[in-house]
Write a new protein. Structure first.
Length: 169
Protein backbone atom coordinates (compact mmCIF):
# COMPACT_ATOMS: atom_id res chain seq x y z
CA UNK A 1 0.00 0.00 0.00
CA UNK A 2 1.49 3.35 -0.96
CA UNK A 3 1.94 6.05 1.62
CA UNK A 4 -0.60 8.85 1.86
CA UNK A 5 1.46 11.38 -0.13
CA UNK A 6 2.59 9.05 -2.93
CA UNK A 7 2.75 10.70 -6.33
CA UNK A 8 1.45 7.66 -8.17
CA UNK A 9 -1.36 5.55 -6.79
CA UNK A 10 -2.78 2.70 -8.84
CA UNK A 11 -5.05 5.17 -10.65
CA UNK A 12 -2.09 7.48 -11.40
CA UNK A 13 -0.03 4.58 -12.75
CA UNK A 14 -2.87 3.54 -15.05
CA UNK A 15 -3.17 7.15 -16.24
CA UNK A 16 0.56 7.27 -16.95
CA UNK A 17 0.48 4.03 -18.93
CA UNK A 18 -2.59 5.09 -20.94
CA UNK A 19 -0.95 8.38 -21.92
CA UNK A 20 2.38 6.78 -22.88
CA UNK A 21 1.42 3.41 -24.36
CA UNK A 22 -2.09 3.94 -25.70
CA UNK A 23 -1.88 7.64 -26.67
CA UNK A 24 1.75 7.40 -27.83
CA UNK A 25 2.96 10.46 -25.92
CA UNK A 26 6.61 10.88 -24.82
CA UNK A 27 7.44 9.48 -21.40
CA UNK A 28 9.28 12.63 -20.31
CA UNK A 29 6.25 14.86 -20.98
CA UNK A 30 3.82 12.59 -19.16
CA UNK A 31 6.25 12.22 -16.23
CA UNK A 32 6.48 15.99 -15.92
CA UNK A 33 2.68 16.35 -16.01
CA UNK A 34 2.28 13.80 -13.22
CA UNK A 35 5.15 15.17 -11.14
CA UNK A 36 7.45 12.14 -11.23
CA UNK A 37 10.89 11.50 -12.71
CA UNK A 38 11.47 9.99 -16.14
CA UNK A 39 13.07 6.97 -14.49
CA UNK A 40 9.97 6.36 -12.36
CA UNK A 41 7.68 6.70 -15.38
CA UNK A 42 9.85 4.30 -17.43
CA UNK A 43 9.77 1.81 -14.54
CA UNK A 44 5.95 1.72 -14.54
CA UNK A 45 5.68 1.58 -18.33
CA UNK A 46 8.18 -1.29 -18.49
CA UNK A 47 6.37 -3.13 -15.71
CA UNK A 48 3.10 -2.71 -17.63
CA UNK A 49 4.70 -4.07 -20.79
CA UNK A 50 6.10 -7.07 -18.91
CA UNK A 51 3.12 -7.93 -16.67
CA UNK A 52 0.07 -6.05 -17.96
CA UNK A 53 -2.36 -4.11 -15.80
CA UNK A 54 -1.76 -6.40 -12.82
CA UNK A 55 1.88 -5.22 -12.76
CA UNK A 56 0.67 -1.76 -11.71
CA UNK A 57 -0.86 -3.04 -8.46
CA UNK A 58 0.76 -2.29 -5.10
CA UNK A 59 3.25 -4.90 -3.93
CA UNK A 60 4.65 -5.87 -0.59
CA UNK A 61 8.13 -4.54 0.09
CA UNK A 62 9.13 -7.56 2.17
CA UNK A 63 11.88 -9.69 0.66
CA UNK A 64 10.92 -12.79 -1.33
CA UNK A 65 13.25 -14.93 0.74
CA UNK A 66 15.22 -14.45 3.94
CA UNK A 67 18.57 -16.25 3.62
CA UNK A 68 19.81 -15.08 7.04
CA UNK A 69 16.76 -16.12 9.07
CA UNK A 70 17.51 -18.38 12.01
CA UNK A 71 17.00 -22.06 11.09
CA UNK A 72 13.88 -23.73 12.51
CA UNK A 73 15.95 -26.25 14.49
CA UNK A 74 17.77 -23.44 16.32
CA UNK A 75 14.46 -21.69 17.03
CA UNK A 76 13.04 -24.91 18.50
CA UNK A 77 16.16 -25.29 20.65
CA UNK A 78 15.78 -21.71 21.99
CA UNK A 79 12.06 -22.15 22.70
CA UNK A 80 12.67 -25.45 24.48
CA UNK A 81 15.40 -23.85 26.60
CA UNK A 82 13.04 -20.99 27.47
CA UNK A 83 10.33 -23.42 28.61
CA UNK A 84 12.68 -25.58 30.68
CA UNK A 85 15.04 -22.94 32.13
CA UNK A 86 12.59 -20.02 32.37
CA UNK A 87 15.40 -17.52 31.88
CA UNK A 88 15.88 -14.31 29.94
CA UNK A 89 17.61 -13.77 26.59
CA UNK A 90 21.12 -13.36 28.07
CA UNK A 91 21.00 -16.63 30.00
CA UNK A 92 19.42 -18.43 27.04
CA UNK A 93 22.17 -17.04 24.79
CA UNK A 94 24.84 -18.50 27.06
CA UNK A 95 23.02 -21.84 27.20
CA UNK A 96 22.20 -22.21 23.48
CA UNK A 97 25.11 -20.39 21.86
CA UNK A 98 22.75 -18.08 19.95
CA UNK A 99 23.29 -14.29 20.28
CA UNK A 100 21.05 -12.61 22.87
CA UNK A 101 19.47 -10.27 20.32
CA UNK A 102 18.58 -13.23 18.12
CA UNK A 103 17.08 -15.00 21.13
CA UNK A 104 14.96 -11.88 21.81
CA UNK A 105 13.69 -11.81 18.22
CA UNK A 106 12.86 -15.53 18.31
CA UNK A 107 10.88 -15.09 21.53
CA UNK A 108 9.01 -12.12 20.07
CA UNK A 109 8.29 -13.96 16.82
CA UNK A 110 6.75 -16.86 18.73
CA UNK A 111 4.88 -14.51 21.11
CA UNK A 112 6.52 -15.82 24.26
CA UNK A 113 5.41 -13.69 27.22
CA UNK A 114 8.02 -11.76 29.19
CA UNK A 115 9.29 -13.42 32.36
CA UNK A 116 7.77 -10.65 34.49
CA UNK A 117 4.30 -11.78 33.37
CA UNK A 118 4.92 -15.46 34.19
CA UNK A 119 4.75 -17.49 37.37
CA UNK A 120 8.35 -18.33 38.39
CA UNK A 121 7.47 -21.92 39.36
CA UNK A 122 5.13 -23.05 36.60
CA UNK A 123 5.92 -20.60 33.80
CA UNK A 124 2.20 -19.90 33.26
CA UNK A 125 1.10 -16.36 32.45
CA UNK A 126 -0.31 -14.76 35.59
CA UNK A 127 -0.31 -11.04 34.75
CA UNK A 128 -2.54 -9.32 32.28
CA UNK A 129 -0.93 -7.39 29.45
CA UNK A 130 -1.04 -3.63 29.31
CA UNK A 131 -2.72 -3.74 25.93
CA UNK A 132 -6.37 -2.86 26.13
CA UNK A 133 -9.28 -3.55 23.86
CA UNK A 134 -10.62 -0.09 24.61
CA UNK A 135 -8.80 2.54 22.62
CA UNK A 136 -9.57 6.17 22.06
CA UNK A 137 -9.07 6.43 18.33
CA UNK A 138 -10.97 8.90 16.24
CA UNK A 139 -11.47 9.20 12.52
CA UNK A 140 -10.28 12.80 12.21
CA UNK A 141 -7.62 14.78 14.05
CA UNK A 142 -9.11 17.08 16.66
CA UNK A 143 -12.17 14.92 17.38
CA UNK A 144 -11.07 14.43 20.94
CA UNK A 145 -10.03 17.64 22.67
CA UNK A 146 -8.16 17.78 25.96
CA UNK A 147 -9.20 20.59 28.28
CA UNK A 148 -6.94 21.53 31.18
CA UNK A 149 -9.00 22.60 34.19
CA UNK A 150 -6.28 23.44 36.72
CA UNK A 151 -6.84 26.74 38.49
CA UNK A 152 -3.50 28.54 38.23
CA UNK A 153 -4.62 32.10 38.95
CA UNK A 154 -7.01 33.88 41.32
CA UNK A 155 -9.85 34.26 38.87
CA UNK A 156 -13.16 34.88 40.66
CA UNK A 157 -16.22 32.76 39.92
CA UNK A 158 -18.04 34.03 36.87
CA UNK A 159 -14.90 35.27 35.12
CA UNK A 160 -12.32 37.97 35.57
CA UNK A 161 -11.54 41.32 33.97
CA UNK A 162 -11.89 40.03 30.43
CA UNK A 163 -15.51 39.12 31.05
CA UNK A 164 -16.51 42.05 33.32
CA UNK A 165 -13.90 44.76 32.74
CA UNK A 166 -11.13 46.06 35.01
CA UNK A 167 -13.39 47.78 37.49
CA UNK A 168 -15.78 44.84 37.87
CA UNK A 169 -16.49 42.87 41.05
Amino acid sequence: MPHANARLTFHGRCLLVRRVVLDGRPVAHVAKELGVSRQCAHRWVNRYRAEGWSGLQDRSSSPHRRPTRTPAAVERRVLKARRTLRRGPDALADHTGVPARTVSRILQRHRMPPLAACDPLTGQVIRATRASGRRYEHTRPGDMIHVDVKKLGKIPAGGGHRAHGRGGP
